[in-house]
Design a protein around this ligand. Sequence first.
Ligand code: C2E
Ligand code: MG
Ligand code: MG
Ligand code: MG
Length: 289
Amino acid sequence: RAKHEGRNTYRLFRTEMNQRDHQQLALETALRNTVESGEGLEVHYQPLVDRDSGEVQGAEALLRWHHPEFGQVSPGTFIPLAERSGLILPLGEWVMQRVAAQLMAWRQAGLSPPRVAVNLSARQFWQRGLVERVAELFEAYQLPPGQIGFELTESVLLDHQQEAVELLHGLRELGCRIAIDDFGTGYSSLSYLQDLPLTTLKIDRRFIQRLTGEESQRRGSAAIVAAVTGLAQELGLRVVAEGVETEAQLAALSRYPVTLIQGYLTGRPVDAETFAGRYLQAGEKVRGS
Ligand code: C2E
Ligand code: MG
Ligand code: MG
Ligand code: MG
């Protein structure tokens, strides 16, 4: 009887193991191999631009993966896969090290790179020894305090708030900026904004895009952007508007206390060499005076 049930379960498994699952498995295997060799991985950098001065005040590190068979795989596909499989830990370590090495290379070439923010998934944030590892990297690559910062989503911090406060303090002591990413899309509990030692709030791009979208969405998004930027200002947090693609969106943001703009309008994510050529020459400005 047990055998019989087992067989049924297996058949069910087989039928439900559809093409999508097979592809996921193939992707996961490919990602595992990629993480081991490092081949096909690259960090791109997207500028964060001061709205008023047009100066590049920072950059976000965004991982890119090119596979010989699957081609360019989007982070929206492989990051969740990496999180589920645990590969995010070696992958995240690769990114941090790559960014640290790049920053050192730029500094040694006489350039003055801005602070670079690295995205951290929950498992990376909660891995043992994160603060020590970051301190080690700063030392090994001779980086000034805070040269690398981090972006986290709300859900990561809300799960264990007290522990999160301690971890964040550790990172802040190394000078690191801490941004809440995709703000407004998660639980959006407001009290933690006061309790956590944050520096930056990044308004999710869906709100920015709705500012100039359909009439029915415009007013609601404007209210949210007004509330969020006002709150951030009162709390002394910098505000980044994510996903600004058009002059109209930039104009719609003009009435709100937004510090920084990040989006295709001011600069797409580009490889390190392109980033240096465009943004790291003396006195370079992206827009404005
Ligand atoms: P994110 O951290 O919110 O990063 C911003 C995303 O918005 C990036 O997508 C960026 O390319 C995109 N973006 C920037 N400006 C615009 C714009 O004007 N319009 C539009 N439509 N999109 C814009 P990307 O590079 O595909 O990354 C997606 C997500 O993958 C990131 O969202 C982040 O959550 C995750 N991710 C990327 N790299 C890493 C990494 O190294 N580690 C971890 N843990 N997650 C990463
Ligand atoms: Mg981010
Ligand atoms: Mg974001
Ligand atoms: Mg995101």
